[in-house]
Ligand binder design. Structure first.
Ligand SMILES: *Cc1c(COP(=O)(O)O)cnc(C)c1O
Length: 463
């Protein structure tokens, strides 16, 4: 094979990657347990297995691209959160990260509660049998119809996001003859260490009511006066993919200060605070997430300390992890199509999916890992960019990663840690068919969301 006919990809020695990776890993065949779900391993032949099933078999049976979700890992993570927070705190899984009826059943069985933020998510939760009192309803612009359904169903809490919504929910509850438990979402002015587009606690943002300028105190004043509302407490969510607990520390302190002000002004000790979600996971080997028990310990120490200082009874705490539960439990399996070596630059590896099944790289500049999973290879590391098949040059799945230089069309590659915000944000761009989600456990694989078909696309097209 002549080099000009089949130019080899740039070797690490020839290029200095501009991206995240300083150097290729020592052995490309090693699957870092930090970024892969718990039951992932390589079998004797070198292929990846998950839940005891080889990916080659999964690809054959379910096709590619597809998301494979490690059910035992999902359940283990739910239990770790549940146990870490014990009986003094509540864990609400943030359904927006990924929701399906199977997920709702697993959450129910593992003792978690559920956050929803739309009528569609509420319907999914209720139809899979989640008791309404274990559901919290979020959103900055819930429609009257959504509020009505949530109140009628008897959701455990509605998180109020604006002055208008305080009145809206109170009126609807009163009309339905109910007293709706609510929290007020406040913005604490904490900037979590994360990407600008996904941090949600700046004052200049659409969510919540600012603590600054007495806005949140005024919201409490109004909510306490309304018969349709039972004010349980205060909610704060400071961002996403956070590793440093310092942001939570400041946010908890400010929320507790508000509880103290409320006690001083109204003689009422609000019984609950919700510190939101946003805990980070490992997308690459360089990320070091905290374990749920460390997070639980840190949060409860902060709240206890602040409450002692303010002479308040400690409120019941709740947290809302989404990504930290579901993110690490799934990978996306792709088949390699075209491989294009750009001399002296990098190699473009095109796969059969792309921004339609993972928009996070284009949207947030998110970082991901990737591995050849249908076999092992001893070939040299080749600096690669994994791209999709969409008509968009920003259609990148993994920006900078190393794959073996003998990678060939037909190989299977997998991108780990795609359980959160990938299928839930998937689109039909270019009339792509959204991939299935397949749950794998103890040697069995089961479709929980089926692959979309061209008939599905045509069914919506009624012109
Ligand atoms: C998005 C969101 C979460 C979950 O965020 P993760 O980063 O997935 O943990 C929790 N609470 C609220 C209010 C949210 O908007």
């Amino acid at each position: 094979m002549s080099r000009s006919a089949h130019p080899a990809g740039p070797r690490y020695a020839d290029v200095i990657p501009e991206g995240h990776y300083a150097a290729p890993p020592a052995d490309l065949n090693v699957l870092d347990p930090k970024v892969w779900s718990r039951t992932v391993t390589r079998d004797a032949s070198g292929g990846l297995t998950v839940g005891g099933i080889e990916v080659a078999r999964l690809a054959e049976e379910f096709g590619t691209p597809a998301y494979f979700m490690d059910e035992s890992d999902f359940r283990a993570r739910c239990r770790a959160w549940r146990e870490a927070f014990g009986t003094e705190a509540d864990v609400f899984y943030a359904g927006k990260a990924f929701l399906s009826r199977a997920i709702v059943k697993w959450l129910y069985e593992e003792g978690l509660n559920l956050d929803v933020c739309s009528g569609g998510e509420l319907t999914t939760a209720l139809s899979a049998g989640m008791p309404a009192e274990r559901i919290a309803f979020h959103g900055n612009n819930k429609s009257e119809e959504e509020i009505e359904r949530a109140v009628e169903a008897g959701v455990g809490r509605i998180v109020l996001d604006s002055f208008q919504e305080i009145v809206r929910v109170a009126h609807i509850a009163q009309r339905l003859g109910k007293r709706q438990p609510v929290l007020i979402r406040v913005t604490v002015g904490v900037e979590a260490h994360t990407h600008e587009f996904i941090a949600t606690a700046h004052e200049d943002q659409k969510f919540g009511i600012a603590l600054a300028g007495g806005q949140a105190a005024e919201a409490v004043r109004r909510a306490l006066k309304l018969d349709g509302l039972e004010l349980l407490g205060i909610h704060s969510h400071i961002g996403s993919q956070i590793f440093d607990m310092a942001g939570f520390e400041v946010s908890a302190r400010r929320v507790v200060q508000l509880l103290a002000e409320v006690r001083d002004e109204h003689g009422v000790e609000l019984p609950e605070i919700d510190l939101g979600g946003g805990l980070g996971i490992a997308y690459t080997s360089e990320d070091d997430p905290r374990e749920p028990h460390e997070i639980a310990k840190a949060l409860s120490e902060i709240v206890t300390r602040e409450c002692e200082a303010a002479k308040l009874r400690s409120p019941r705490i709740s947290v809302e992890p989404g990504r930290a539960i579901v993110g690490p439990t799934a990978f996306t399996l792709y088949r390699v199509g075209t491989i294009k070596h750009l001399d002296g630059l990098r190699t473009y590896v095109s796969v059969d999916g792309g921004m339609s099944d993972n928009i996070r790289t284009a949207l947030y500049d998110a970082e991901y890992s990737v591995a050849l999973v249908s076999r092992t290879s001893t070939a040299e590391p080749m600096l690669s960019r994994v791209v999709g098949k969409h008509c968009e040059s920003g259609d990148i799945v993994v920006k900078d990663a190393f794959l073996p230089a003998d990678l060939a069309p037909g190989d299977l590659i997998a991108v780990p840690a795609t359980g959160a915000y990938c299928r839930s944000m998937a689109s039909n761009y270019n009339h792509a068919l959204r991939p299935p989600v397949v749950a794998v456990k103890d040697g069995e694989a089961r479709v929980i969301i089926r692959r979309e078909t061209e008939e599905d696309l045509l069914r919506l097209d009624v012109g």
